[in-house]
Design a binder for this molecule. Structure first.
Ligand code: GLU
Length: 419
């Protein structure tokens, strides 16, 4: 039986490359567990007078290459094991896209749709108060993740600045533009995923984006921006899903129209699964869609030992963190399905977070053209570095990406003399 514990899966991925890299056991020991795990109780009075204590986490995996960096997730499934896994993946991601950050992740275990705007603000401020001493522009820089956004980061920055007695925009990224956020940050993760998809389509499928069909699981910030960029490149979207369900678009065909039309229909009908003319499908059916590319853009453990042999796509591009289990990786590989791993495919988000941090430090503001050009350049380079490494050493792209990412972190630890 395979494990559904994301941290076990993250450890199995790390173990899969330590021989290839010949990591010194002392450094392997350091990398296996996060440097710091913070667990906080967050008592809040709700508007109806009831009192609830929420559980929050911030896990700092490694800072050999720079300050800890990573998002904050609000979701009922948030657990210490999940946050630990996500923090390790952030270390590899920052390293692979080659920005001077380490890896961290945070989260609060709850369903944000059950809280009012005011309650969300109070909970966010309480969380900042609880972790204040462990974060900071040179220490640990949070950002949005599942169910958090620019508004959450605005409260975060305000609370941290209030505690410090002066404005500290560099403490978080993914802020609203008006508060020092970067142009292009919100769309960056999805945009980066699609740049990787385009490069993989060209290099591996020998096609152009206008000739491929795509199924996308998830329509949150990342999924919806993937769909937008895919449509802008002329790819044909055949199936989509969100938390309410999936839909095969236009009965076996593809969605005809542009992204704004699709987003408008989804908003008007309350879900992408309720778009007129779309055939409702289950999450399983979405993953098993007859499309050239499958983009999981939701949560962990979606492609597993149980369904990997039913995947019909030729290429999987991981927009989510940890959507494929190690067992499923092996099955996909045996079936000849190429996979662009999460730490490469979705690194556009943290990359533009880094651009935001740099702009804030320099009190500068770049145009959208500058941000997108730099995103394109960095993503393309990282993709081809991984592909070349995988071809040269006969490794799947996940292991090739890990070899490059972990290798740089180990070098940084060695040069700094961590042992
Ligand atoms: N939460 C995003 C991720 O998983 C972005 C992190 C960041 O910008 O720091 O990569």
């Amino acid at each position: 039986m395979e494990s559904d514990d994301p941290f076990n899966n993250a450890l199995a991925q790390l173990a899969s490359i330590t021989d290839i890299l010949s990591v010194d056991p002392e450094y392997y020991e350091i990398l296996k567990s996060p440097m710091k795990q913070i667990s906080v109780s967050l008592p809040i009075k709700l508007a109806d007078g009831s009192a609830i204590t929420f559980q929050g986490y911030r896990v700092q995996h490694n800072n050999a290459r720079g300050p800890f960096k990573g998002g904050i997730r609000y979701h009922p499934s948030v657990s210490l094991a999940e946050v630990k896994a996500l923090s390790m993946w952030m270390t590899w991601k920052s390293s692979l896209i080659d920005i001077p950050f380490g890896g961290a992740k945070g989260g609060i275990t709850f369903d944000p749709s059950k809280l009012s705007h005011d309650e969300l603000e109070r909970l966010t401020r309480k969380y900042v108060d609880a972790i204040e001493r462990d974060i900071g522009p040179e220490v640990d820089v949070p950002a949005p993740d599942v169910n958090t956004n620019a508004q959450t980061m605005a409260w975060f920055m305000d609370e941290y600045s209030r505690l410090k007695g002066h404005s500290v925009p560099t403490v978080v990224t993914g802020k609203p533009i008006e508060l020092g956020g970067s142009e292009g940050r919100e769309a960056a993760t999805g945009r980066g995923v699609v740049i990787c998809a385009r490069e993989a389509v060209r290099s591996l499928l020998k096609k152009e984006m206008k000739d491929v069909t795509v199924a996308v699981q998830g329509f949150g910030n990342v999924g919806s921006n993937c769909v937008r960029s895919l449509m802008e490149m002329g790819a044909k979207i055949v199936a989509v899903s969100d938390v309410f369900g999936g839909a095969r678009l236009s009965n076996g065909g593809f969605f005809e129209g542009d992204y704004s039309h699709l987003a408008e229909l989804a908003a008007k009908n309350g879900s992408v699964s309720k778009i007129p003319g779309a055939e409702p499908i289950s999450n399983e059916e979405l993953l098993e869609s007859d499309a050239d590319i499958l983009i999981p853009a939701a949560l962990e453990n979606q492609i597993t030992e149980g369904n990997a042999s039913k995947i019909r796509a030729k290429l999987v591009v991981e927009a989510a963190n940890g959507p494929t289990t190690p067992m499923a990786d092996k099955i996909l590989d045996r079936s000849g399905i190429a996979l662009v791993p999460d730490i490469l495919a979705n690194s556009g988000g943290v990359l533009v977070s880094y651009f935001e941090w740099v702009q804030n430090l320099a009190r500068d503001h770049w145009t959208i053209e500058v941000v997108n050009d730099r995103l394109e350049e960095k993503m393309k380079k990282a993709f081809h570095d991984v592909l070349n490494h995988s071809e040269k050493h006969n490794l799947d792209m996940r292991r090739a990406a890990l070899v490059l990412a972990v290798g740089r972190v180990v070098s940084a630890m060695q040069l700094s003399g961590w042992h």
